[in-house]
Ligand binder design. Structure first.
Ligand code: NAD
Ligand code: DAU
Length: 345
């Protein structure tokens, strides 16, 4: 492994992964291949843009010619596929792009990897493929997929395709299924950056339903360490869960976030729930731990560190909240029913 194609590398986790790999492996070359959708931001990669081990190609993973041409041009031996439409709420409004990019795009990359005989294909997947998980249980990698949103279904479909290429063509593949990532460069449509930046702007924090849904909020750097380990020590054809292994209620996340900001709980606004909202995700992460991985942050530490990053990096998020985001916010929240404001009453 020396020349890695990081698809979707101008997005949140992809950009963090690029930083992680360039810092850790002086001999690796990284090519970011990204369509630059609304979620991408070249500011996420600004501090590596002059690194001679890094290159950027604008391209769509659904475009087989451009994908193959890029692999040949940069002598790529490994693909790590982060490229996806990634927001559940947008998949509910309009699933089309999710099916195209997350399913067909994955197929295009797999075909290229097979045709050009790449050393490795790694798929970035999600805990959402397991669906809602009842209390007292945590998903293991051998559990069947049971996705419940168009986003989760598109990611589960991609996982099945990746597995089929391992079985049918013996393509050397691995899959990681990550819990909710938080940290630098996350587009402020996702709950933690949305709530921090809304609070900093004095706007309400729209909590869906009763706010008792459970998520495993993990520090993006811990996720990147996990992916790195699987790339180097994972077994071919295998899936690895990546998370802290200890989920918390959304309301607890909001309390920690407001506490770190020193902001009022009166900003909380309970609003109409997300349709089909999965109540709980929970990952068993023993398989990855058995390779020697250990997350460095629990959910609370990850939330507090994330809040501090957004406080210190207004230059990054303020321009984003002006553009396409405004239109999206109006569509998503403009006519959403408000159920209750604040924690009391
Ligand atoms: P993101 O939305 O921040 O970034 C996605 C990136 O993919 C963007 O840069 C975008 O331009 C690019 N992209 C989209 N369509 C493309 C296409 N057709 N061709 C090329 N590039 C395209 O997403 P993220 O939160 O960084 O998630 C990255 C990956 O990790 C996704 O596969 C997602 O499903 C998965 N994942 C995310 C989380 C999370 O909490 N954010 C958790 C687990 C897994
Ligand atoms: O679990 C991994 C997944 O985490 C990833 O695969 C997805 O790409 C990523 O977007 C994320 O999905 P979620 O739907 O869990 O993330 P989101 O930040 O949208 O929501 C987190 C929780 O917060 C969820 O229970 C819904 C709730 N929420 C979200 C928003 C945007 C609110 O209460 N209010 C909101 O405004």
């Amino acid at each position: 492994m020396k020349n890695i194609l990081v698809t979707g590398g101008a997005g949140f986790i992809g950009a963090n992964f690029v930083h992680h790999m360039l810092n850790k492996y002086p001999d690796y070359h990284i090519v970011v291949y990204d369509k630059l959708t609304y979620a991408a931001n070249l500011n996420n990669l600004a501090d590596v843009s002059d690194d001679p081990r890094y290159a950027f190609v604008r391209g769509d993973i659904c475009d087989p010619e451009r994908v193959e041409e890029t692999i040949k041009k940069y002598d790529i031996d490994t693909i790590v596929n982060f490229a996806a439409e990634s927001h559940v709420d947008r998949s509910i409004m309009n699933p089309d792009a999710f099916i195209k990019t997350d399913v067909y795009g994955t197929y295009v990359l797999l075909e290229a990897a097979r045709k050009l005989g790449l050393e490795r294909y790694h798929q970035i997947s999600t805990d959402e493929v397991y669906g809602h998980i009842p209390a007292g249980y945590s998903s293991v990698e051998t559990d069947p997929v049971a996705p419940r949103s168009p986003y989760a279904a598109s990611k589960a479909s991609a996982d099945l395709l990746v597995h089929s290429y391992f079985i049918t063509y013996n393509l050397p593949v691995t899959i990681t299924r990550g819990a909710n990532n938080i940290g630098p460069y996350q587009y402020p449509e996702k709950v933690v950056p949305l709530f921090v930046t809304n609070a900093l702007e004095g706007k309400p924090l729209p909590v869906y339903g009763d706010g008792r849904q459970m998520r495993d909020y993990q520090w993006v750097g811990d996720h990147c360490e996990g992916i790195d380990l699987v790339l180097h020590q994972g077994e071919m054809g295998e899936v690895y869960n990546v998370g802290t292994g200890q989920e918390i209620e959304n309301l607890r996340m909001v309390e920690i976030l407001l506490d770190e900001l020193g902001a009022s709980r009166d900003l909380i606004q309970f609003v109409e729930d997300r349709p089909g909202h999965d109540r709980r995700y929970s990952l068993n992460v023993d398989k990855l731990k058995s390779l020697g991985w250990q997350p460095q942050h629990d959910c609370e530490a990850a939330i507090r560190r994330t809040v501090r990053w957004y406080v210190e990096n207004e230059w990054w998020w303020r321009p984003i909240k002006e553009g396409e985001f405004r239109e999206y916010y109006e569509k998503q929240y403009g006519s959403r029913k408000v159920l209750k404001t604040g924690l009391d009453g």
